[in-house]
Design a protein around this ligand. Structure first.
Ligand code: FES
Ligand SMILES: [Fe+2]
Length: 351
């Protein structure tokens, strides 16, 4: 029986780097079963400390390697008949047979471990990584606090969640805060990197601050928000959102501040941010995704984001993408995203 879902989306899963576990949650010799991209996966850490991600079902008779599998050195041993698979996914040992069939392998995923997260490269066509995830110097850096972390699962496609960041007009209605103005948008790293800079005035129990916000996004999964203008270094919030499937995603947050702020903002920012995101939940969990929304001129950031994000999908997102002859003049999407290396791009006005 098909389970009912309370919203529909025509969006496929994006390509890119996605977190499948916190580094701290996987010690050497540990095995975890995880489910992302609509697939059963297994994550393990070799005795030498390397994180490995494999497809979960054994090439032999299909046992789940995350359900009773054991790490032996660099390999993961299947719980059913003891076949051992190495980090490349190849079967290295069959304990009771000296010939290993060439097809005895499971899929191994490209893994990077950065910013205290284990990331895998997911591509709809199985293509190898075309870019690298960022490594942020603040995380674990000198003068920065030990990061506080949090994670949340939400019943929404991850793009709808990401759009929240590029939708200043909802701040007033959902978060009861002032909408931001004069966002400066730029691109880098061959167009895969998007930066939005804004400035806000804040009244806080510690005084009035003018805060510069710098929001960076790599692909559709990794975002950092740097808040500068208070304390020596300010605050960094890094988030990674991973698709569980087309209807659910998990968002992991990591927050660190300059050490001078540890006793004030550092302790208070995370609960405040969690409360803020909870205000978005009822909207996310009940909305549909509009592939061709009617947007107004003030949705400038969203318009930029929708155009930029198309590069992270293998398949057309809209009928207009699939068949350009059907594109209407007022349609949102026009031409492929062009990379401008950290150069401000004037958003077009769409009435
Ligand atoms: S099913 Fe894995 S070794 Fe047989
Ligand atoms: Fe929001």
């Amino acid at each position: 029986m098909k389970l009912p879902v309370n919203h529909d989306t025509s969006l496929p899963l994006p390509n890119g780097w996605f977190c499948v576990a916190w580094s701290k949650d996987l010690v050497p010799g540990e095995v975890k079963r995880v489910y992302y991209f609509g697939e059963e996966l297994v994550v393990y850490r070799t005795r030498r400390g390397k994180a490995v991600v494999l497809n979960a079902y054994c090439a032999h008779l299909g046992a789940h390697l995350g359900q009773g599998g054991r790490v032996l050195g660099d390999n993961l041993r299947c719980p059913f008949h003891g076949w051992e698979f190495g980090p490349s996914g190849r079967c290295e040992t069959i304990p009771y047979c000296d010939t290993i069939p060439p097809r005895a392998r499971v899929r191994s995923w490209d893994v990077r471990e950065v910013n205290r997260m284990i990331l895998v490269w997911r591509h709809a066509e199985g293509e190898p990584p075309s870019w690298e995830p960022p490594e942020l110097p603040e995380i674990g850096g000198e003068g920065w606090t030990e990061p506080i972390v949090h994670e949340v699962t939400v019943g929404v496609h991850m793009q709808d969640m990401a759009e929240n960041n590029m939708d200043p007009q909802h701040f007033l209605y959902v978060h009861h805060g002032p909408p931001e103005e004069d966002a400066e948008i730029s691109y880098g790293e061959g167009g895969r990197f998007l930066r939005v800079r804004t400035r806000h005035a804040h009244e806080t129990p510690y005084g009035r601050f003018t805060v510069d916000l710098e929001r960076d996004t790599w692909g559709l999964g990794l975002t950092s928000v740097r808040m500068m203008g208070f304390g020596e270094k300010g605050l960094l919030m890094y988030t990674s959102t991973s698709p569980i499937d087309e209807h659910r995603c998990i968002s992991r947050w990591l927050i660190t501040t300059g050490e001078d702020l540890a006793d004030t903002v550092g302790a208070e920012f995370l609960p405040w941010a969690i409360e803020g995101v909870k205000q978005d939940f009822p909207i996310w969990e009940n909305k549909i995704h509009r592939p061709d929304p009617v947007l107004c001129k003030a949705d400038r950031e969203l318009i930029e984001f929708r155009k930029w994000v198309r590069q992270f999908y293998s398949h057309p997102l809209t009928q207009a993408d699939a068949d350009p002859r059907e594109a209407r003049a007022e349609r949102l999407v026009h031409e492929p995203v062009v990379a401008h290396d950290l150069e401000t791009v004037e958003a077009e006005g769409h009435a």
